[in-house]
Write a protein that binds this ligand. Structure first.
Ligand code: FAD
Length: 467
């Protein structure tokens, strides 16, 4: 297609597509517009930056803007926001530091990501109430904790004087984390590492809903052991305070806190697409085909704003995760460069560190979801060891494996334990792609040596029990 390959959004999906397209077709102009100042950054590392495991925000940047321009030949423009797409004219409208202009495209990729959901809580605008979805928010949380910048600078950072006085006088001592998803749990650990009392609010009966109740139960016991005050089945009404947050209100509860982190999920950024007549799918994200194309042949979508096909259900799903975005972006880059490449299916494979525990999941973990997808689910939960029982340091691993009663096919799994979980889940993820039965899974030739696994790996044991 004539004309440049234009990409909206300069993170995982956008920069993967840009890099691949330019590498495979160096003569094609590749133009990326990123409305912020950061590109190719690892949002996944933000909780560890707040915690202090990662020293600077720069450490989270994979490739600098200069390297994209000078070494990869990509026309990358930061601080440029795309405000409209004209599909008939094949142009986008861009607002940058020098004003507004039109940019023609041959192919267009919408890689606009997602945004943190902010419920209409009372007091949501008080100082000390944060979401965590980008680099600047992470920096603001550290500043509010008084970690990077003298608290006296807070007014210059845009905080109210009252907050500065408050932080200077005492420093935050307690925090409400609202939402028991993976960001909420990672942030609970980060705040606890700085000595804050952590209250974690979850409106559902369990945290980590996509990981299943069996794994969540183990995590919740561990969170309590770590001193996190869990408020399950508890819907937050809002934040209380004059200038800065002083308490969280939830039904009859009013709990004093100095800081609040709202982590109740993300919503795909679809406004630009919708205004241009690009269709959304049943999940509310942009509908795409197996090549990441939207309902317009020349317009692709990838990453947190787009649907993908689920490997188990075969239907559209929206699971906003980093590899999905990188992979789809790379495939679209190849397609645009002349080598049609499917974006692949997703299994929703994910892992989370919850203090000293590893939790992981893949495929369908919930029996109800499996029934809705037309399966007759059966599940087993086993406990096994992470190493040979006689080898020092072995830990318990709990595996829940879900299968289809009729076909014997493995549908998904969750795991939790102190070690050997986060990567072990990949075996089950691979089995999902191979459409294996529990019997086939239980007969895989997996590595064994006492320091790494029992002779029957926990995955094999779960397969045997489910078979
Ligand atoms: P984004 O990274 O959101 O990038 C989209 C970009 O588009 C943004 O830079 C935005 O500024 C830009 N943009 C939007 N609209 C416009 C416009 N109109 N014009 C110009 N630019 C625009 N995933 C995992 O797999 N594992 C993890 O452990 C993990 N941890 C996470 C922890 C946190 C705290 C967060 C926030 C996310 C985490 N994720 C994790 C999710 C992962 O970061 C995302 O899936 C991934 O970043 C998605 O990449 P993307 O390119 O689709 O979108």
């Amino acid at each position: 297609m004539e004309g440049p390959f234009v990409i909206v959004g300069g993170d995982a999906a956008g920069m993967s597509a840009a890099s691949k397209a330019k590498r495979d077709d160096p003569d094609r102009d590749v133009v990326v517009f990123e409305k912020g100042e950061w590109v190719s950054y690892a949002a996944c590392g933000l909780p560890y930056y707040v915690k202090g495991d990662v020293e600077t925000l720069d450490d989270l940047v994979q490739v600098t803007p200069e390297a994209f321009v000078e070494e990869r030949g990509i026309d990358l423009r930061t601080n440029h926001e795309v405000t409209a797409v004209d599909r008939a004219e094949r142009t986008v409208t861009v607002t940058g530091p020098d004003g507004e202009f039109e940019q023609a495209y041959g192919d267009l990729l919408l890689a606009t990501g997602a945004q943190a959901v902010v419920p209409p809580f009372d007091g949501i605008d008080l100082d000390g109430v944060f979401t965590l979805h980008n680099m600047n928010e992470a920096a603001e949380i550290r500043r509010y904790l008084g970690l990077d910048t003298p608290t006296a600078n807070l007014p210059e950072m845009g905080y109210g004087a009252a907050a500065a006085e408050y932080a200077e006088a005492e420093g935050p001592e307690s925090v409400a984390v609202i939402g028991g998803g993976y960001v909420g749990i990672e942030m609970a650990e980060a705040f606890a590492a700085h000595g804050l009392d952590v209250h974690l609010f979850e409106m559902l009966p369990h945290t980590l809903q996509p990981f299943g109740t069996e794994a969540a139960g183990v995590v919740e016991d561990h969170l309590r052991e770590q001193g996190v005050e869990l408020h399950l089945d508890t819907a937050v009404d809002g934040m209380v305070g004059d200038n800065h947050v002083e308490a969280i209100a939830a039904g009859d509860l009013t709990i004093p806190v100095d800081l609040a982190l709202v982590g109740v999920g993300v919503a795909p950024n679809t406004e630009l697409a919708e205004a241009a007549g690009i269709e959304l799918g049943p999940t509310g994200a942009i509908a795409t085909d197996e090549y990441g194309r939207t309902n317009d042949e020349q317009v692709f979508a990838a990453g947190d704003n787009a649907e993908m096909t689920h490997v188990v259900t075969g239907g559209p799903d929206h699971v906003p995760l980093a590899l999905t975005a990188n992979r789809a972006g790379r495939a679209i880059g190849a397609t645009v460069a002349g080598e049609p490449t499917p974006v692949g299916e997703i299994a929703g494979t994910a892992a989370v560190k919850a203090f000293d525990l590893e939790v992981a999941r893949t495929g369908i973990v919930d029996e109800e979801a499996a029934r809705e997808a037309g399966f007759d689910p059966v599940s087993v939960t086993i406990t096994a060891r992470s190493r040979a029982h006689y080898y020092p340091g072995d830990e318990e691993i709990q595996v829940t494996l879900l299968g289809d009663r009729d076909s014997g096919r493995v549908l998904g799994a969750s795991m939790v334990g102190r070690e050997g979980v986060a990567k072990r889940i990949d075996t089950v993820a691979t089995a999902l792609y191979a459409r294996m039965t529990a019997h086939q899974l239980s007969y895989l030739d997996l590595a064994y040596a006492p320091p790494f696994s029992p002779v029957w790996d926990p995955v094999l044991t779960a397969g045997k029990v489910l078979d």
